[in-house]
Ligand binder design. Structure first.
Ligand code: SAM
Length: 242
């Protein structure tokens, strides 16, 4: 690709981003249906998948759970129903998601379960008590590495010792091969997700996460496949005593 073509591509991408933010600012609030589509659809399946996974990992009804990038309660509604009142905390950068999440819990008859939902663009996950477990389902797939570091740092500061933070990611190679876009494996009949090193959707290698944890009180573990229909894999980060 010539230099001019590459510059034009950059200009096109930046123009599209500006136009998208202008359109977003002018758009009416998204309906519940649109919010569900924004988090990726598969409403029942992806809700149950994350709930069943955490219960299989030992999530108890008296545990405190943090849902980072909780969206519109696709998983949250299952967790809120299961956990003791006040034990579910969800954060999201998108205020419309949090408002939609509150509406969803009310519609499900779960308003009295005292879920604590918060809008944050700084990964502010301090809810005044340590968490036993945390999950970020389909969130690291949208974040650059420094944001992931910030998320890991803030979550680790609010996990009890031995508590585990589960986060899904798209797997990619370590080293320069990462720069080649990847067609992620997925279930037959689904459109595969294309992932990149430097833009959304991102792919990472487990070694990327290991390096991020070098200065954090977290022990990373590569769980791998956990049944995600679009090929997202699972990492676990256990809070150490350090
Ligand atoms: C694909 S959705 C998944 C939502 C939810 N975890 C689920 O499984 O339904 C990703 C969510 O992460 C949120 N998100 C993206 N970047 C974030 C950030 N920096 N801090 C908090 N939430 C973020 C988005 O607003 C969105 O709701």
């Amino acid at each position: 690709m010539s230099r001019i073509q590459s510059r034009l591509r950059g200009v096109r991408r930046r123009t599209a981003t500006v136009l998208q933010s202008l359109a977003d600012a002018a758009a009416p609030p998204r309906s519940q249906h649109e919010l569900r589509s924004s988090v990726g659809g598969l409403w029942d399946r992806m809700g149950s998948l994350q709930f069943d996974f955490l219960v299989a990992q030992g999530l108890g009804t008296d545990d405190y759970l943090l849902d980072l990038g909780c969206g519109v309660m696709r998983g949250g509604r299952h967790f809120v129903r299961y956990l003791d009142a006040g034990h579910y905390c969800g954060v999201d950068i998108d205020a419309e998601m949090i408002e939609g999440g509150e509406r969803q819990l009310a519609a499900d008859g779960l308003a009295a379960k005292g879920a604590r939902l918060r809008v944050t663009d700084t990964f502010d996950v301090d809810f005044g008590q340590p968490f036993d477990a945390a999950i970020a389902q389909s969130v690291f797939t949208h974040l650059p590495l420094n944001s992931i570091w910030a998320a890991l740092a803030n979550v680790s500061a609010n996990l009890r010792e031995g508590g585990v933070f589960y986060a899904t990611f798209f797997r990619g190679p370590d080293g320069p091969e990462r720069l080649v876009p990847i067609q992620q494996p997925c279930e037959e009949g689904r459109q595969p997700v294309r992932t990149f090193a430097e833009r959304n959707h991102y792919h990472y290698s487990p070694d990327d996460f290991r390096r991020l944890c070098e200065n954090l009180p977290l022990e990373p573990r590569d769980i791998g496949d956990w049944g995600h229909p679009r090929g997202q894999q699972m990492m676990a980060f256990t809070r150490t005593g350090a």
